[in-house]
Design a protein around this ligand. Structure first.
Ligand code: SF4
Length: 111
């Protein structure tokens, strides 16, 4: 004999809300980790001389490499890293340098 269960509208809404809370709790670690990963921006050239800024522009420095990780400042021989998740430096281009950046003087880091 099959037993059926009946729920009142109020009970059903309570269950649905509980499910929504469970889904939110289950996704919380993912939400928190995405909040902690801030995108790095290294575009502040306010402290540079006009000449340094012109060189940066002439070499077409970009904060995001159009070549992805294959050709980025992080693997360029002129890149000088600082702390993790901070802008680095470059021996050619002055100012803050994004490890994910790129310019026309990119050269592979020798290993
Ligand atoms: S030379 Fe260009 S690609 Fe290489 S680290 Fe400097 S800015 Fe980045």
């Amino acid at each position: 004999m099959k037993k059926t269960m009946t729920l009142s509208r109020r009970e059903l809404l309570h269950l649905i809300r509980g499910g929504a809370h469970l889904a939110l709790i289950a996704s919380a670690p993912g939400l928190l980790s995405s909040c902690s990963k801030k995108e790095l921006h290294c575009k502040d050239t306010s402290g540079l001389s006009t000449a340094a800024e012109q060189l940066r522009t002439a070499l077409e420095y970009q904060d995001r490499s159009p070549h992805g990780e294959a050709k980025s400042c992080a693997n360029c021989q002129f890149y000088r890293a600082t702390s993790k998740n901070e802008c680095g430096a470059c021996t050619l281009v002055q100012g803050p340098i994004n490890p994910a950046g790129y310019c026309n003087s990119w050269a592979p880091r020798e290993s």
